[in-house]
Design a binder for this molecule. Sequence first.
Ligand code: HEC
Length: 119
Amino acid sequence: MNCPSRSFLISALAVLSLGFSGSVLAGDPVRGKEKSLSCQACHGPDGNSPVPMFPIIAGQHQDYLLHSMRSYKTGERTNPIMVAIVAPLSDQDLEDLAAYYARQKGLYRIDAGIGVETP
Ligand code: HEC
């Protein structure tokens, strides 16, 4: 049976898989570390800010970090400091930074389900 719907199905699958690969978090943590120099004054050397007024971003979920940084660009979040910080950064910069900070050891073990302090 020469079924035209088969080739349609294959191309539909190809389009779908492209769509999915586009949504995979593609940050590079090594580049993220290089780009994090300007963040250290407030968020600490590895994202564990020593100052309560600056949030600890180490060990936070990668997609959450990316979402919050993008929110300063879109105007969803309006903190003037962070709006100015992310303004000159590209989306690739934000992805790299999110990848870097998500891999740092944070104050809390998010995977434990509750806030368990690590030594
Ligand atoms: C001058 C100080 C300062 C610098 C420099 C700075 N930040 Fe921030 N950052 C803040 C403050 C203050 C907040 C909290 C803003 C708010 O309430 O929305 C924040 C919030 C954030 C958040 C959201 C955290 C959350 O829990 O939602 C992320 C992510 C973040 N910063 C990443 C960065 C990155 C990446 C850099 C460097 C490119 C950077 N920041 C540089 C002060 C700073």
